[in-house]
Design a protein. Structure first.
Length: 277
């Protein structure tokens, strides 16, 4: 079941990484002028800035702060490395609270050569260690399953089923899932796991872009919606059937698109959002 075409931009969110050459002020001005309603803020964009003032600036441009990227990377070969990761996630939670962001997206991490089961345990333990910080601040955590091609070092959580399992194990209202079609489109269990995610109240965010064929770079060759092989509108239909009513977040890593005129690129994002999301 595909979703109905989108007729407005009320649920369009753009990640700052999508137009990464723009600083946060430029992104806010350009997104707002184009009718974009939401922004997901990558932590590097406010480094060295007054975080609270940055959040207010975004709201002054009538942008909803949808989430912050990123936290995670909990696994480590030593206890000291794992503690460093926990400390960084506590900082990320504090930053998100100061910014006015309700959610941090977690790229969960992995240790090359370490069994994935051990990395997943360390991820679960790491999230559990920061839940008091979440409760104190009201900031939620969205586990983002990454495509299996990243299982060696970027994330040991590679399916929505694994993320749902973690959410059920942690059983916290502050832990849910950030579902990205780029990472999940291939999974034969995706529709039923999206329904499960909705049933347990864990579907926190929804990211869109496209998988180009062929893909020439494993990190920086994503496509705009409609440039690849993902039936994004069908997956959006599953997400909405599961009860999701939040923003559709455009997150694109692309050397090809970053090299284009970014004003023209933003116009293409909006057209692709209307035509293929």
């Amino acid at each position: 079941m595909s979703a109905s075409p989108l007729t407005d931009l009320d649920r369009l969110c753009v990640h700052t990484i999508t137009t990464k050459s723009w600083d946060i002020e430029t992104a806010a001005k350009k997104y707002s002028a184009a009718g974009v309603k939401g922004i997901t803020v990558w932590r590097d964009t406010y480094a060295g800035r007054d975080i609270a003032a940055t959040g207010q600036m975004l709201r002054d441009h009538d942008l909803s702060i949808v989430s912050t990227c990123r936290g995670g990377f909990f696994p480590g070969a030593t206890a000291a490395e794992r503690q460093t990761a926990i400390d960084d996630n506590r900082r990320a939670i504090a930053e998100a609270h100061e910014l006015g962001s309700p959610l941090i997206v977690l790229v969960c991490g992995a240790v090359p050569g370490q069994p994935l089961t051990e990395s997943r345990k360390q991820i679960t333990d790491g999230i559990a260690a920061v839940l008091d910080d979440c409760a104190a601040s009201g900031v939620k955590l969205g586990i983002e399953p990454l495509h299996p091609m990243y299982a060696d070092s970027r994330s040991a959580v590679n399916t929505l089923g694994q993320a749902n399992d973690m959410c059920e194990q942690l059983a916290s209202p502050y832990v849910g899932v950030a579902a990205d079609v780029y990472h999940l489109w291939w999974d034969p269990d995706l529709q039923q796991e999206i329904a499960r995610c909705g049933k347990i109240g864990a579907l926190f965010s929804f990211h869109v872009c496209d998988w180009r064929s062929p893909t020439i770079d494993l990190l920086n060759d994503r496509g705009l919606m409609g440039e690849g092989v993902i039936n994004i509108r069908e997956i959006r239909g599953w997400v909405e059937a599961a009860g999701f009513t939040g923003f559709n977040e455009v997150e694109v890593f692309s050397d090809r698109l970053w090299a284009q005129d970014q004003d023209e690129y933003l116009a293409k994002i909006i057209q692709a959002y209307r035509d293929y999301t």
